[in-house]
Design a binder for this molecule. Structure first.
Ligand SMILES: NC(=O)c1ccc[n+]([C@@H]2O[C@H](COP(=O)([O-])OP(=O)(O)OC[C@H]3O[C@@H](n4cnc5c(N)ncnc54)[C@H](OP(=O)(O)O)[C@@H]3O)[C@@H](O)[C@H]2O)c1
Length: 256
């Protein structure tokens, strides 16, 4: 049996880790990327103990040069990737009363937008050559509108989702699938350190189950959990005066 070659970025915690454990079986060879070597090694051990095959690829993906280096290494060692899941992400609130807004903005843009797109551009060239492959990008419902104290994060996710849409229609003649995932709130280290309300919060394990189903069905766009489809539509269509009223209230509450 030929094993499916799967790359997952941001595989050391949260949604990425849950996806790695879900795909970590005898049918697949996994290439797991994140910065934390220890966490990746533990996940690789767990997958191997369950009869799967996985490789730990430590890398700071915000360094585009390093990201391209490891991407080429994975491509060479794997003989070609079947499924690329670009999941790594960073989110931070910007309050505009500190000095770290530029540094934080840069971190989000470098990882969530720049590196994510360049990595896809690298692997898509390889997929085009064999005319097969599936690229999955993890965006966010936070990208549906400029969220209070999260304008940069929202912009990186909206931009990433727009890029994926453009890629999907550009690749119309190839047998390459593109799936955009828009999670609502998932209980991961990313959300655990933020004290805002998290309606319809779900676990990483549930998230991974829903995401893998959407991938199998080759969905173009997937929003979860289900109520977020309605919430997302509502937020997108809220008139500016109401969006600003509630957004400003929320921002000043978080600012306290
Ligand atoms: N949780 C939610 O409610 C939610 C909602 C919507 C969208 N999302 C999106 O879902 C994705 C996964 O998030 P999560 O909730 O699972 O968050 P998480 O638990 O914080 O996971 C983020 C992952 O990205 C990796 N990462 C961060 N910076 C990196 C860097 N510079 N280079 C390489 N890897 C890096 C982290 O590993 P290291 O620290 O080891 O590098 C970790 O594996 C993100 O794109 C996030 O924006 C999450």
């Amino acid at each position: 049996m030929t094993k499916k070659q799967i790359v997952i970025t941001g595989a050391s915690t949260g949604i990425g880790k849950a996806l790695a454990l879900k795909y970590g079986n005898e049918e697949n060879t996994l290439w797991l990327i994140a910065r934390s070597t220890d966490k990746l090694n533990k996940i690789v051990d767990e997958i191997k103990n369950n009869g799967g095959e996985a490789n730990s690829i430590p890398c700071d993906l915000s360094n585009t040069e390093k990201m391209l280096e490891i991407s080429q290494n994975i491509e060479d060692r794997s003989g070609g990737i079947d499924l690329l899941i670009v999941n790594a992400g960073y989110s931070s609130r910007i309050f505009y009363h500190g000095n770290d807004n530029i540094k934080e903005a840069q971190k989000m843009i470098d990882l969530n937008f720049l590196s994510a797109i360049i990595m896809i551009e690298y692997f898509v060239q390889k997929m085009i050559k064999k005319n097969s492959g599936h690229i999955v990008g993890v965006a966010s419902v936070a990208g549906f509108r400029g969220m209070p104290t999260a304008g940069v994060y929202s912009a990186t996710k909206a931009g990433f989702a727009t890029y994926l849409e453009g890629l999907r229609v550009s690749l119309g003649n190839y047998k390459i699938d593109i799936t955009t995932i828009n999670p609502g709130f998932v209980d991961t280290p990313m959300t655990q350190n933020k004290n805002n309300p998290k309606p319809f919060l779900t676990t990483p394990k549930n998230a991974a189950t829903m995401i893998t189903k959407a991938i199998t069905k080759k969905k173009k766009r997937f929003i979860f959990p289900k109520p977020m489809i309605f919430v997302g539509w509502f937020v997108r269509n809220l008139p500016n005066f109401l969006f600003d009223y509630f957004g400003r209230k929320f921002a000043s509450k978080l600012n306290k």
